[in-house]
Design a protein around this ligand. Sequence first.
Ligand SMILES: CC(C)(COP(=O)(O)OP(=O)(O)OC[C@H]1O[C@@H](n2cnc3c(N)ncnc32)[C@H](O)[C@@H]1OP(=O)(O)O)[C@@H](O)C(=O)NCCC(=O)NCCS
Length: 136
Amino acid sequence: MAVMNAAFDPGYGEAWNEAQTVSMLTLPGTWLSLASCDGTPAGFALVRQVADEAELLLLAVAPAHRRTGVALALIAHTRRLLRDRNGATLHLEVRYNNPAIELYKRAGFVQIGRRPGYYHGIDGQVHDALTLSCSV
Ligand SMILES: CC(C)(COP(=O)(O)OP(=O)(O)OC[C@H]1O[C@@H](n2cnc3c(N)ncnc32)[C@H](O)[C@@H]1OP(=O)(O)O)[C@@H](O)C(=O)NCCC(=O)NCCS
């Protein structure tokens, strides 16, 4: 939760609280991979798999550990886990103006859809989501 609370811009209300996160982790096919640097939690990926499809529900890296390849390592790790679990495709939704899109493109994701007004900011503004996908 320390990484969660440090990583997401509070203006967009995208961070999950502890109850939401724990509740997701009780669902079958859901896991969280935690990246650590020198014993300190640096980032995590929260993933849910159903049959051969998976969704990257959340990906976050603490500001102090950014631009050092932690997110790319988490995505590569997620792909390896999915291959071991007979996964074929990894999807995600990302706010259309989130710089993370550059990361996802670099990791090989392509846009397959757009969801108008998917995210609701705490200022009442709505933002489209892009649906991205890659094969694992
Ligand atoms: C997006 C996020 C996960 C990236 O984590 P990171 O560990 O810094 O990413 P990496 O170091 O693995 O980045 C690899 C490459 O992706 C691209 N990239 C990553 N962050 C970027 C940014 N903010 N702007 C532009 N390109 C970016 C770059 O090509 C980068 O390579 P470079 O550093 O050599 O230029 C992190 O900034 C974050 O936690 N953001 C807030 C939460 C969020 O929006 N998550 C995504 C939606 S769930």
